[in-house]
Design a protein around this ligand. Sequence first.
Ligand SMILES: [Zn+2]
Length: 85
Amino acid sequence: MKYLIWAAIIYLAWRWYTVSKQSSSEPASSADSARSASNSGADEVAEAMVRCAQCGIHLPHSEALHGAGAITFCSEAHRRLHGNR
Ligand SMILES: [Zn+2]
């Protein structure tokens, strides 16, 4: 009976060891891919930041409204305000 208990303890310890090894190796690989994905995303955002010519707020290039030339605005209202000046 004593051996059975020891066998169960060793089996549970082995199971815990393999499970913890799996769970520690899996997030590392997914974290690597997530880090590289967030890196490329951060680069895109950093490149695409533009400044509103009216209020000076910084916003992503894709969300900005474009006025004459290279001028960008945060909203249609600010584009109109800037044009009225
Ligand atoms: Zn603005």
